[in-house]
Write a protein that binds this ligand. Structure first.
Ligand SMILES: *Cc1c(COP(=O)(O)O)cnc(C)c1O
Length: 500
């Protein structure tokens, strides 16, 4: 009986190449026309779900058909994070070398859990970690690992801090059912939500995250920290970590690392620095002098996927207390045991993740393709554009800059003289809040740009983050025109007698 082999298996390599060329030409077209696309999509959630819902496809679909459908239904219904006028949250972009690196990563599909399972991937990971450490002024001999985001990196850093309390031996004995002191973690009220999430996960509890009121510039005041620690010690609590932020999410504020580090050192407390946003801006000459000494951090988080033209997901976690991360995460079952080898790093020992993508390749290609200087120039340009916008607002009689930052995160508020009569101070402020909220959504509705907002002491504030590799001077000039026109219109509308 003869058996004919059914046509199983993957695409032929030639087919992959042909389809790949087709995909690349679509990406090219997308990039060449991206300025004409609305930054945000306006389809309702239910409508969008309806576009994709359907039975499990039984039969194969030709790739070209799939590609057509993707560019008709998926791409236009996204928020275009890659758009040069995307300024919400944190503006970053992918870049050519990284887009191609993601393809090669998928083609090689190595699992970088152990040195032995992907030797050159681990070596490249070590290399880019060293390079980025140098870029942000952190010691090259620190432990480091690439993870998928700053939130998890902070969780891992704080786990290392908790497990460095050797007398408590939480790793072996756990936190429950025995007499352990209340572990206390200090940060400012501007800290990222990932800090509290880490406290939840680590059994610290949100009640033990001491969120100290930031000063007028959004920074954690050292005096308040010293006081809070002293008070906790008097009550028999156990201060174990401080989280400082370099580039707060709301306004781009930078905590005073030297003073905070001094206090930490005095009490033997771990200093974790969340420089997810701010850290890599150190590459820009205009920012470097203001960033503070990141070397003071026991553990440090920086986000290439937020600053370095690197696509999601890539975060670097560093820890200068060598051995502390493996002390928290190393657990080697028999089936993963390997002969120790000099200079080999088994990255599975530095976080919770076992199976790991070859994340380092895209960072390696970015740094090699642009060079440190090329990256510094591009980041410096974004800083200049943000300063240009800040200057326009500061010089304009109706606009204010409620929070200054050395980072390219611009906070703006429209405060026209003319408001409805008979408003008391509080009402006036609320009226201006509503006006600024209206401007923020009206800008988004034009589809030409996309901003987000924050609330500071001044009230509701527009947030413009600049950092896309394609953003040019004309784009930011266009944004300023759009902002002033939209503000005038919103103001007029809210003053009109029919406005509610
Ligand atoms: C963006 C950001 C985070 C979260 O980063 P992810 O990589 O999205 O988890 C944490 N902290 C700060 C200061 C950030 O700016």
């Amino acid at each position: 009986m003869s058996m004919t082999e059914p046509s199983l298996g993957d695409w032929q390599p030639s087919e992959l190449e042909e389809n790949g060329r087709e995909l690349l030409s679509r990406i090219r077209e997308h990039q060449e026309t991206i300025r004409d696309l609305p930054v945000t999509s306006r389809r309702s959630a239910a409508d969008l779900q309806g576009l994709f819902a359907g039975p499990v496809p039984e039969q194969p679909t030709h790739f070209k058909e799939l590609l057509d459908e993707t560019f008709e239904t998926v791409v236009p219904n996204l928020t275009q994070w890659h758009h040069p006028s995307f300024h919400a949250y944190f503006s970053n972009s992918s870049s050519g070398p990284a887009i191609l690196a993601e393809t090669l990563t998928a083609a090689l599909n190595v699992n970088a859990m152990l040195w032995k399972t992907a030797p050159a991937a681990a070596a490249v990971e070590k290399t880019v970690l060293d390079w980025m450490a140098e870029m942000v002024g952190y010691p090259r001999d620190a432990d480091g690992v690439l993870v998928n985001g700053a939130s998890l990196a902070t969780l891992y850093g704080l786990a290392a801090a908790r497990d460095a309390l050797t007398d408590l031996d939480v790793r072996e004995r756990g936190l429950a059912g025995r007499d352990v002191p209340q572990l206390r973690l200090y940060t400012s009220d501007q800290t990222h939500s990932s800090v509290e999430k880490a406290a939840i996960t680590l059994g610290i509890g949100t009640d033990n995250v001491v969120r100290l009121a930031a000063d007028d510039e959004g920074r954690l005041p050292p005096e308040a920290l010293a006081l809070a620690i002293r008070r906790d010690l008097e009550h028999g609590r156990r201060p174990f970590a401080v989280v400082a932020t370099v580039g707060t999410t709301s306004t781009g504020a930078i905590d005073p690392l030297p003073a905070l580090s001094e206090i930490c050192r005095e009490h033997g407390i771990w200093l974790h620095v969340d420089a997810a946003y701010g850290g890599l801006w150190r590459l820009a000459d205009a920012v470097r002098p203001y960033l503070g000494d990141l070397e003071l951090a026991d553990s440090l988080v920086i986000n290439p996927h937020k600053v370095l033209f690197c696509p999601m997901e890539a975060t670097a976690l560093y820890c200068r207390r060598t051995g502390a991360l493996p002390n928290a995460f190393r657990l080697v079952p028999e089936y993963l045991r390997v002969e120790p080898e000099d200079a080999a790093v088994d990255y599975m020992n530095y976080s919770l993740q076992l199976g790991r993508q070859f994340r380092a390749l895209k960072i390696w290609w970015i740094i090699r393709s642009f060079g440190r200087q090329g990256l510094a120039d591009r980041l410096g340009h974004a800083v200049e554009l943000s300063q240009w916008l800040r200057d326009r607002a500061a010089a304009h009689p109706q606009w204010t800059v409620p929070a200054d930052s050395v980072l390219p995160l611009v906070c703006l508020r429209f405060e026209p003289e003319e408001v409805p009569k008979h408003l008391c101070a509080t009402e006036r402020r609320e009226w201006l809040d509503a006006l600024n909220e209206r401007i923020c959504s009206a800008v988004g509705e034009t589809g030409k740009a996309y901003l987000s907002h924050t609330v500071t002491a001044a009230g509701y504030v527009l947030r413009v983050s600049i950092g896309n590799i394609q953003t040019r001077r004309e784009d930011v000039e266009g944004l300023w025109e759009l902002l002033t026109a939209t503000a005038a219109e919103a103001h007029h509308h809210m003053l009109s007698p029919t406005a509610c």
